[in-house]
Design a protein around this ligand. Structure first.
Ligand code: 3IX
Length: 216
């Protein structure tokens, strides 16, 4: 059993626990249960929440578990394995760090136009993909600019692929690009991002900056 930063809980158990919470959110959205059943379920959910809240970290997971250059990803709203609001995306990264991708099928929780993904959620996923690629390519930074062209409606409950690749670096500025495609290769949205190594990181000793990475 691998140990988490917070104790002797395995990663697999965190993943499975959080997936159950996600399933609850999806089911809560789509259930046809009547008033009595909803009231009973609500009381049970609130009891579980109170039980788990009896021992919890203050603030956010990232604040609690990060160092200046070692960013904790477990609470991340796109990839966080402990974040029930995250899909979560699971990126594969090319050996040279110059490209990454993830396959996913968004469900009802991510709806904007009926039956379609919310444009803000699309932007959020692309921000993460392009930002994570910036880091994986060895040029970490915060998003300074993200530009998105929405080319075709992005259907829910349909297999999609998100992909990001390296473009170029000029000093502290790195540009990456990416898109979301359907199984037949239709591009639903494409993006360009500018990621800047912030001044407060630039002011760290160079050996600290070189260690910038994302961990559990
Ligand atoms: C906490 C992470 C720290 C990052 C590095 C460390 C470790 C990274 C490791 C892991 C990261 C992990 C996961 C990341 C994955 C995905 C996360 C998704 C990404 C996000 O969700 S992230 C949140 C949203 N994001 C923000 O919250 C940024 C708010 N913002 C700022 O924090 C500042 O605004 C900043 C830092 C952008 C710049 O500030 P600054 O003081 O460091 O830079 P400064 O002013 O010195 O400019 C230097 C040169 O950039 C040019 N420049 C500046 N801003 C520009 C702009 N907007 N457009 C075009 N050019 C611009 C200047 O013109 C100058 O250019 P020149 O040198 O050519 O004159």
């Amino acid at each position: 059993m691998s140990e988490s930063p917070q104790g002797d809980v395995s990663v697999a158990l965190y993943e499975s626990f959080t997936q159950s919470v996600r399933d609850l959110a999806d089911t809560a959205l789509r259930t046809n249960a009547g008033a009595d059943e909803l009231a009973r379920a609500q009381a049970e959910i609130e009891a579980i929440t109170a039980r788990l809240a009896a021992d919890q970290i203050p603030g956010t997971h990232g604040e609690h578990c990060s160092t200046p250059t070692g960013v904790s990803g477990w609470g991340n709203t796109v990839v966080g394995i402990r974040n029930a609001a995250a899909m979560p995306l699971r990126f594969s990264v090319a050996g040279d760090g110059m490209r990454l991708w993830a396959d996913f099928t968004p469900g009802a929780l991510y709806e904007g136009p009926p039956g379609h993904m919310h444009g803000g959620v699309i932007a959020m996923l692309l921000d993460q993909a392009l930002g994570e690629l910036s880091m994986r390519s060895g040029h970490p930074g915060l998003t300074a600019n993200l530009s998105i062209d929405y080319k075709a409606p992005t259907k829910l409950n349909t297999p999609l692929r998100i992909e990001a690749w390296y473009d170029r670096t000029e000093g502290v500025k790195t540009w990456t690009r990416g898109h979301i495609t359907t199984a037949d290769g239709t591009v639903c949205a494409e993006a360009t991002g500018l990621f800047i190594l912030p001044r407060w990181v630039r002011d760290l000793p160079p050996e600290e900056v070189a260690k910038a990475h994302q961990h559990d």
